[in-house]
Design a protein around this ligand. Structure first.
Ligand SMILES: [Zn+2]
Length: 156
């Protein structure tokens, strides 16, 4: 896949210390376009749709806000919706998004035993935007990675 100039710029902004301290790529050694390509294949294989997943994540965030920062049970899930602190730009330069953190984990598993990125999804408004518009789930090892298999297991 040939990299467009817009993508090239966006990918540079995903490195640590540009938009966020840790960046968006975690310890993934794949290129961002490769991550997008492979996660697209996982989405297809799992029968997931980017818009549908983004809608569900936004809905969980809204319902989690009723907990006022404390974890609350939403169906079979435990959702914690933190406050927004400032805004973050999308690496693709198409908007600013709240710097919040929503965590979603199974309600029947103690919160302490959930490991980020394994049993628990953590996302922000920016993560949902990147998933919906750019089909970018972030690199493996990024605290905000939206792992397709975990999305499937927890949400669908
Ligand atoms: Zn964007």
């Amino acid at each position: 896949m040939k990299q467009s100039p817009a993508d090239k710029q966006a990918f540079q902004k995903m490195l640590p210390g540009v938009i966020t301290a840790v960046g968006f790529l975690g310890d993934d050694d794949r290129s961002p376009e490769r991550i997008i390509e492979e996660d697209g294949i996982f989405f297809d294989e799992l029968g997931l749709d980017f818009d549908m997943v983004a809608d569900t994540l936004e809905e969980l965030q809204r319902r989690g806000e009723a907990g006022l920062g404390e974890p609350i049970t939403v169906g079979e899930l435990l959702v914690q919706s933190g406050d927004a602190r400032g805004m973050l730009p999308c690496p693709w330069g198409d908007g600013f998004f709240h710097k919040n953190a929503v965590s979603v984990s199974p309600a029947d598993v103690p919160l302490e035993s959930c490991v980020e990125g394994e049993g628990m999804l953590i996302y922000s408004e920016l993560s949902v935007h990147m998933l919906r518009v750019h089909h970018f789930c972030q690199g493996r090892g990024s605290p905000f990675r939206l792992e397709p298999a975990l999305i499937k297991r927890l949400l669908f």
